[in-house]
Design a protein around this ligand. Structure first.
Ligand code: BG6
Length: 489
């Protein structure tokens, strides 16, 4: 039996037939049910506008579950229990009258969780309509990203929601915060004095954060072309990772203590002026190439594309944090679509020992690195220097890993999908893993200046072949500082 208890709730999913709901949210709810983490009285309302019979929708959801969850990991008894929790409610989210029917379905005094898997432009209207039918006091709202496309539009969305809901009942999703290894970052940093004492500019030379995706745009050209990789990935996922690495120890694990520390980091990010852009930031756009041994089209040849777009599918940049702890320690961030591999990792490069006594040719080898691997093969590895074994080796050094692989170490435990953890935490009323309004706003403020700079300079993204590690300029970005991306070392 699970060691935590979860209260019953009504889980109302707005946009229940969208890709996110079918691919992530229903499978996550199902897995929670299978792990006995949904209360017996929890009911799920699937809300969408499409016409059709309720039974058809339940069948669509069942098919999606069977598509995403391996048959051998799926308990048929739980499937029946899960389907019995589901009701389909057909409604137009902008029609106030349709909310009466919803109110009728939200029974008793259970908490209502309203999950908005819809465009952010309708969040405000949904909140107003929920308020009209008295569904505010016991409601938590969950907002999917993207919340706006710049500071002004994100404020508009946040303010519209804030008219009806206090910040303590608003859960903004950044699904990276629900990933197992990201969670482990907090444990690693603050449950081991070994690291925390070294975690500053005296001992760390630089930090790399790479989130590389192998996939291209996958039928999302329309959305993506308006956004680009900076808004889609850096503004949220990569800056969140940077905050967790760079923040000071919070005084406790409460949501606000953690978020206060993250906001301090965002505020301390050094602005990058238009004049510095060419040295500090690289934008790229993939052209045709090869992925997994197959020829794949370039960004401008994808379905529904146009040939004029200057939208970036890759960004590499150097961020600096203006505070005592990180002064002089660059953070290199890199993310792109259609790259060589799907791989997300953080590499902390420690400084060389202050006095060097080994053979000169071995010097480039020397430095400790802590590698935090988010996906695939979640794990943490510390590269340490040891002596090569053997009589004939003299004092030859080698770099080897002290390794903690989560999948090997905790073999029996399935690594849960990020959404499982996030949905569970919403049901438990814990905001730790959710992004506060001021975090989003400071992240936009920093990203907006980059976008404005690009616009002002008429910057065009640099081409890179699909299936590569990005434009050459992204290598120059780091080698200019006498460093190299881990893996290129
Ligand atoms: C989403 C982005 O937030 O994250 C997508 O909108 C991206 O473009 C996805 O593909 C990556 O998530 P993950 O968990 O697969 O790394």
């Amino acid at each position: 039996m699970p060691s935590i208890t979860v209260e019953p709730c009504t889980f109302a999913l707005f946009g229940a037939l969208g890709d996110l709901a079918l691919r992530k949210l229903f499978p996550a709810l199902f897995q929670l049910d299978q792990a006995d983490l949904l209360h017996a009285d929890t009911q799920i309302l699937a809300l969408a506008r499409d016409a059709g019979e309720p039974q058809q929708y339940i069948a669509t959801i069942e098919n999606a579950l069977r598509g995403y969850i391996d048959a051998k990991n799926l308990d048929e008894g739980v499937m029946q229990r899960f389907l019995a929790r589901l009701s389909y409610v057909r409604m137009d989210f902008l029609q106030a009258d349709d909310y009466q029917q919803l109110a009728g379905q939200v029974a008793g005094d259970k908490c209502l969780i309203a999950y908005f898997a819809t465009p952010a432009s309708v969040y405000g209207s949904i909140c107003a309509n929920l308020a009209r039918v008295g569904l505010v006091d016991r409601t938590r709202v969950v907002l999917e990203k993207p919340i706006g496309h710049d500071l002004a539009s994100s404020r508009e969305v946040n303010n519209a929601v804030a008219q009806y809901f206090p910040e303590t009942r608003i859960y903004r999703i950044d699904h990276y915060l629900g990933k197992e290894t990201v969670q482990n970052l907090i444990a690693l940093r603050f449950a081991n004095s070994l690291f925390e004492t070294q975690w500053n500019q005296n001992h760390i030379s630089h930090v790399e954060i790479t989130v590389a995706e192998k996939v291209g745009i996958e039928g999302r050209w329309g959305y993506f072309d308006q956004a680009g990789q900076l808004r889609d990935m850096i503004q949220n996922h990569l800056l969140q990772l940077l905050c967790l690495i760079a923040m000071d120890p919070p005084s406790d694990l409460s949501a606000d203590s953690i978020r206060d520390e993250k906001v301090k980091v965002l505020k301390a990010l050094e602005p990058i002026t238009a004049e510095q852009l060419s040295q500090r930031v690289v934008r790229g756009q993939y052209v045709a190439g090869n992925s997994a041994g197959k020829a794949v089209p370039g960004y401008l040849e994808e379905e529904n594309s146009n040939t004029e777009s200057n939208t970036e599918t890759f960004v590499a940049l150097r961020a600096d944090i203006r505070n005592w702890r990180w002064s002089g320690v660059p953070f290199y961030l890199r993310t792109g679509k259609r790259m060589a591999e799907k791989m997300s990792q953080i590499v902390i490069h420690f400084k060389e020992p202050p006095h060097y006594i080994f053979a000169a040719e071995q010097r480039p080898l020397i430095s400790n690195r802590l590698i935090i691997r988010l996906q695939p093969d979640e794990g943490i590895s510390l590269q340490v220097m040891t002596k090569d074994q053997g009589l004939d080796k003299g004092m030859q050094l080698r770099s080897g890993p002290l390794q903690l692989s989560f999948s090997d170490t905790y073999q029996s435990a399935r690594i849960p999908d990020a959404y499982e953890r996030l949905l569970l935490e919403v049901m438990r009323g814990n905001q730790n893993l959710f992004v506060r309004k001021d975090e989003i706003e400071h992240a936009w403020l920093w990203c907006d200046q980059l976008i404005d700079g690009w616009k002002r300079l008429g910057d065009k993204p640099k081409p890179y072949a699909a299936g590569s590690w990005g434009p050459m300029a992204s290598i120059a970005l780091i080698t200019r500082d006498g460093k190299a991306w881990y893996g290129d070392l």
